[in-house]
Design a protein around this ligand. Structure first.
Ligand code: AKG
Ligand code: FE2
Length: 207
């Protein structure tokens, strides 16, 4: 890149207190709002489920999975129904890849309908993502808080980061290996938040 030409995407900045996280504001407020509105309306949101103590519960958020043909992914032991990339999501994937320097073949869209919707402590460390996944997350809509904490045996401190609309957060490997993250409930938030988590699924042999 020429020294005089500005970079096409803003460089990721380290997140204080967590060297495996980096973020950049990639959309101005008007563009983030417009993208939120259109993705909210055009995404075929579905209610996922998980099993606990032999009972089936609805996930506390809606989801939609878009992936390259043939890419399958299990989330909370459920095989997600895959949709083809829309032109809009394809374009977003290219921008996110350029900003992060990482390739992605799938995106999990999450819709937090209000402050009660959340994602509990977890790590995206399924075999499908390989041993060292980089995951990029674009936030739109209501600002929620991203929390992280070390897995048992990992030194380091828990922390949190607000996720305003238009913020791109990159979780670099080995974040999923050693840390957990969550979006806790936020009773003071009444608006919806939408999140796109770009992933690279590595097909594994299944028996
Ligand atoms: O909504 C977010 O920012 C995080 C979502 C998440 O952790 C996931 O989909 O695995
Ligand atoms: Fe996650």
């Amino acid at each position: 890149m020429s020294a005089t030409r500005p970079p096409a995407s803003p460089p990721l900045q380290p997140v204080p207190g967590q060297p495996l996280l980096a973020c950049a504001s990639v959309l101005d407020p008007a563009a983030a709002q417009a993208l939120f509105d259109v993705l909210l309306a055009e995404t075929p949101w579905t209610e996922g489920h998980y099993i606990a103590a032999g009972r089936r519960f609805a996930l506390p958020r809606l989801q939609c999975w878009f992936a390259d043909a043939g890419v399958e992914y299990r989330y909370a032991q459920q095989l997600l129904n895959s949709h083809a990339w829309t032109p809009r999501l394809q374009a977003l994937r290219s921008s996110v890849e350029a900003c992060c320097g990482v390739s992605f073949n799938a995106v999990l869209a999450n819709l937090y309908r209000d402050g009660d919707d959340h994602v509990s402590w977890h790590a995206d460390d399924e075999d499908d993502l390989g041993p060292a996944p980089h995951i990029a997350s674009l936030s739109l809509g209501a600002t929620r808080s991203f929390h992280w904490r070390p897995k048992p045996g990992t030194p380091g401190d828990a922390g949190r980061l607000p996720l305003p609309p238009g913020l791109l957060l990159l979780m670099r490997a080995p974040f999923q290996q050693h840390w957990e993250h969550a979006i806790p409930t936020s009773p003071s938030v009444s608006g919806a938040r939408l999140n796109l988590t770009f992933r690279q699924v590595i097909p594994t042999a299944r028996v």
